[in-house]
Design a protein around this ligand. Structure first.
Ligand SMILES: Nc1ncnc2c1ncn2[C@@H]1O[C@H](COP(=O)(O)OP(=O)(O)O)[C@@H](O)[C@H]1O
Ligand SMILES: [Mg+2]
Length: 600
């Protein structure tokens, strides 16, 4: 009745199936031991109901399940697994040992399976519950074994599955070790919030707002992050339906929509959303790994979720979002995300937020260059300060012997100074024209070409040294960074692991802000980039990777030194393309006397 799917794709799938079975068996303590990212050993020990002698052998048969006795049961099944093929699939591609005992039995039983064959059964001593040991995954399917990623990658996937189950059952004690090292030790938690604190950190937990809504279609419970806690990477996003994790790009849009206008583009808050619906109204069997699901009433679920979150966010005025409760204050990383939500704005100044001199060839009527906002790429919010920042640059950069790129090769350069306007524009003379360079876009182009060259040639990037700055990133992200340490090093990051969930940053690529407050943001950006592009460096991703690094480097509102103007202009015109950014936006405009004549 149900098409058999590919159950085991990687070690994490085995962990998922075994842990879910342990939960179904009523365990209140589940220990997971992993060796070599799961390729050598995956062990799951529970103190649940255990199995009878007969079941201990039968459970490895295809379609052996104790969870369905009639076709109707399929509609109301509420346990995790229900297809009775997980253990059979695992036993087909690994060496499996099961030791199990029920309370009512005197002795435990040990069963060995390999390549779907029963290798023998023996009586033994053992505690109540089940202990599954899965060794040498894919040992008999070399093609699949070769296809496994590095231990760190595989272990990261295991952590993902582990977290998903741990979040659904706060009442169960869980532990996870990797190569003998404890990664998580979770006591039974009195509340979901405490479990989140144990899994992540108290700062993650303290940023959460409760959601709770009950309609005739579904019940919604859980937490969403405060708007100012939104990040680019480093957030935790979970949907659960009837106690099971699922992925839903569709519903995550509902969440994003509820935050619209409250957080900068590209950032997301953490959320832990538990939806309960009658079992018959949801199809969890859409994909074999059961992470995609289909709701009967998905548009109603979408709009209710949106309205629920919007309501909760609406109740929070900005003032009380700062009240994290006394002593916890120090644990809250004040990220740039917060500052971006509180840009320095000058009240009552005549503003035209849509005005952008780079979007028009000439000047629009009565522009006020001091109050223009940049509406581009990554900086959704840019602080604007009025006047006072213009300065004269070092005039020495105007060197007639130097070539400034194709556009100006033949132009006789006039001796002139450069003016830096509001940290945003460089104004300088080029021949008979006034050259206006958008600083941010110029830096984006220059850094883009630089990172591109580094990534494609495996060169080394210059580094800015920092004081050692510890940054909490969580277990999963720590693994992600560790996995890409070599690449990050090439790019100029100096990062080392510190415990399971924290890194220490002591260097960032040139161009990134070396200000220690910005390090957390830089790390978040890097995580975000790595999450997006989890594959190795390939030609196809060179440019997007370079672009993301460049965007990340220029995204801060760093002030621009007038003395840097000449170097930036030189670097810009040394680029293979100096006219547009990698995304095709104009980097500079050139105003001739004729253009200016029109204005008078
Ligand atoms: N940890 C466990 N404790 C007790 N029984 C288990 C455990 N794991 C598996 N079983 C038994 O083995 C059966 C087969 O498991 P599985 O192949 O995962 O299928 P399903 O979970 O879909 O029933 C289960 O229905 C259950 O009866
Ligand atoms: Mg199962």
């Amino acid at each position: 009745m149900i098409a058999a799917g590919e159950v085991v794709q990687r070690p994490a799938s085995v962990v998922k199936e075994l842990v879910e079975n342990a939960v179904d068996a009523g365990a209140d303590r589940i220990d997971v031991n992993i060796v070599d990212g799961g390729r050598t050993l995956i062990q799951v020990i529970d103190n649940g109901c255990g199995m009878s002698q007969e079941d201990a052998v039968l459970c490895f048969e295809r379609h052996a399940t104790s969870k369905i006795s009639s076709a109707e049961d399929l509609e109301s099944i509420s346990t995790f697994g229900f297809r009775g093929e997980a253990l059979a699939s695992i036993a087909a591609i690994a060496e499996v040992t099961l030791r199990t005992r029920r309370k009512e039995d005197e002795t435990a039983l040990e069963v060995h399976f390999a390549a779907s064959q029963n290798q023998g059964v023996e009586l033994t001593q053992g505690p109540c519950g089940s202990n599954f040991m899965v060794r040498n995954l894919f040992y008999n399917v070399p093609a699949r074994r070769k296809y496994l990623k590095s231990d760190l990658v595989e272990f990261r996937h295991i952590v993902e599955e582990f977290e998903r189950v741990a979040l659904t059952r706060c009442d169960i004690a869980f532990s996870l070790t990797h190569n003998g090292k404890e990664v998580f030790v979770l006591k039974p938690a009195p509340s979901l919030k405490m479990r989140i604190k144990d899994l992540y950190s108290s700062s993650v937990a303290s940023e959460l707002l409760d959601i709770s809504e009950q309609t005739s279609v579904a019940a919604f419970n859980g937490f969403v992050g405060r708007p100012e806690s939104a990040r680019k990477g480093q957030t935790h996003q979970f949907f659960f339906v009837n106690g099971r994790y699922f992925r839903s790009p569709y519903l995550s849009k509902a969440v994003a929509k509820a935050y619209e206008g409250m957080i900068p583009d590209g950032m997301m808050p953490s959320y832990f959303i538990f939806i309960d619906v009658p079992p018959y109204s949801v199809d969890v069997n859409v994909s074999p790994t059961k992470t995609e699901i289909k709701f009967e009433e998905d548009s109603i679920i979408f709009s209710t979720l949106f309205a629920t979150i919007k309501g909760v966010l609406g109740q929070q005025s900005f003032g009380d979002t700062l009240d994290f409760g006394g002593s916890r204050m120090t644990e809250i990383p004040i990220s740039r995300a917060y500052n971006e939500l509180h840009p320095l704005r000058v009240p009552d100044a005549p503003l035209d937020p849509d005005y952008n001199p780079f979007d028009t060839d000439g000047f629009p009527n009565e522009p006020n260059p001091f109050t223009s906002f940049s509406n581009d790429e990554t900086s959704a919010f840019t602080g604007v300060s009025l006047g006072g920042t213009s300065s004269f640059a070092d005039a020495s950069y105007v060197d007639k012997k130097e070539s400034y790129g194709k556009l100006f090769e033949d132009v006789q350069l006039a001796t002139s100074s450069a003016i830096v306007l509001d940290d945003k524009y460089i104004l300088t003379q080029r021949g008979a024209s006034l050259l206006v360079v958008n600083i941010r876009r110029a830096r984006l182009r220059v850094l883009y070409e630089k990172y591109y060259a580094i990534l494609s040639r495996n060169g080394h990037c210059t580094q800015t040294a920092l004081f050692e700055t510890p940054v909490y990133v969580g277990v999963e992200n720590a693994l992600l960074l560790e996995e890409h340490l070599e690449l990050l090093n090439l790019l100029g990051f100096e990062i080392r692991m510190f415990g399971n969930d924290t890194i220490v940053v002591s260097g960032v690529p040139e161009g990134f802000s070396a200000d220690s407050g910005a390090v957390e943001q830089v790390v978040a950006d890097v995580i975000d980039i790595l999450k997006e592009k989890m594959t190795t460096l390939e030609e196809a991703m060179l440019s997007s990777m370079s672009l993301r690094f460049a965007q990340s480097a220029v995204s801060g509102g760093q002030s621009f030194q007038a003395s840097e103007a000449s170097r930036l202009v030189n670097d810009l015109f040394a680029c293979s393309d100096s006219e547009i950014t990698p995304q095709g936006k104009k980097i500079y405009v050139c105003l001739t006397t004729a253009d200016l004549d029109k204005r008078f």
